[in-house]
Design a protein around this ligand. Structure first.
Ligand code: GDP
Ligand code: CA
Length: 323
């Protein structure tokens, strides 16, 4: 079985760990990672979502934090601060720095991001094939209005420095319209037996991936069933500030509204099936009325077993809708 999943950072990575535990070792998992969160700092290319997937599946993640390396130290950051060089609000630890140095060195030598990611994964052995959504530079920006007036900030500045405390007025994946899917991305979607949308942020993770021309069309036209899992439980994101970016695109923060935003494949959208949390069982009827098969199952990734159970529920729903 060939499974292709689109993924952001923490939500995507944790789900993928459960998926890997739920399938047999002979099944092939391809992950199309979001690179809209990428940022250039100190001359280095940083890919937070790709790294979260790589570190999580490669057993190097800081488990409680959900991003960055376990047993991290912060000497470089302290030295930069001593020079008065920021940004102070973005956490790059010493171990993590090495990843960005290797990546940037390879990119400067002419390798595309997809080849660099493959090389980094030789060390981390994530047990999946990890592809960036594109080799081309895409960086999500957010339009806000604050004391400095109306302006556009990098997504990381909005999320990490401003903690999404001001309203997002628009989400702009800068560069996406001219970006091409990375090698293997369209093939992985077209050739899959199952396409999954993990409980990643629908706007700035999955939405950024879908903004690369050709990817949305490939998912909508895939011969395999497409099943998603809601990142919204009980009307709120389980973690993070997805409500802020959903509001920016006019989508209510509810499991049903996110499903309807993705849309039914029967009417040109992306989903055949959608899982909501048991606490959102009342949403099932509305999702089904929108032409998407829907089940309510526990969707909290409290531990590996619970997450593997979510993956199994997605596989079961896929088998049902494939009939
Ligand atoms: P990010 O790039 O690190 O923000 O990670 P993702 O975009 O992959 O995932 C973020 C989303 O994961 C958030 O919208 C959360 O609501 C969702 N999420 C986190 N933990 C859980 C969980 O245990 N269950 C579900 N259903 N969603 C979760
Ligand atoms: Ca992210």
């Amino acid at each position: 079985m060939r499974i292709t999943a689109l993924a952001g950072g923490i939500g995507g990575a944790r789900f993928l760990r459960g998926l890997r535990a739920a399938v047999s070792p002979s099944d092939e998992i391809t992950v199309i990672g979001n690179t809209g969160d990428d940022i250039h700092l100190y001359g280095l290319k940083v890919c937070p979502d790709l790294d979260t997937v790589m570190y999580t599946l490669g057993d190097g993640i800081h488990e409680e934090q959900g991003w960055g390396r376990r047993d991290e130290t912060w000497s470089i950051k302290e030295e930069m601060k001593a020079y008065g060089v920021g940004p102070e609000w973005f956490g790059l630890g010493d171990r993590d720095f090495a990843t960005h140095l290797v990546r940037t060195q390879m990119i400067d030598a002419g390798y595309p991001l997809s080849a660099v990611t493959e090389a980094l994964c030789i060390r981390w052995k994530p047990g999946v094939r990890l592809l960036p959504m594109s080799d081309d530079r895409v960086e999500t920006h957010v339009r806000i209005t604050d004391a400095d007036g109306p302006r556009v900030v990098h997504f990381q500045e909005y999320w990490v420095r401003l903690h999404a405390a001001v309203d997002a007025e628009a989400i702009i994946p800068v560069g996406a319209d001219a970006a091409r899917p990375a090698p293997g991305v369209l093939e992985a979607i077209g050739g899959a037996d199952l396409v999954l949308l993990p409980p990643s942020n629908p706007v700035v993770s999955i939405g950024s991936i879908l903004a690369v021309p050709g990817i949305r069309e490939a998912v909508a036209g895939a011969s395999a069933p497409v099943v998603g899992l809601s990142p919204i439980v009980g009307g709120a994101p389980v973690r993070g500030m997805a409500d802020k970016v959903l509001a920016a695109i006019g989508v209510e923060t509810s499991a049903a509204a996110v499903a309807e935003h993705y849309g039914s494949r029967a009417s040109g959208g992306l989903l055949d099936g959608w899982l909501v949390d048991t606490s959102d069982a009342a949403a099932v009827a509305a999702v089904e009325a929108a032409g998407i098969a829907c089940r309510a199952v526990p969707l909290l990734m409290t531990d590996l077993d619970a997450t593997a159970e979510m993956a199994r529920a997605a596989l079961e729903l896929a088998a049902e809708v494939a009939k």
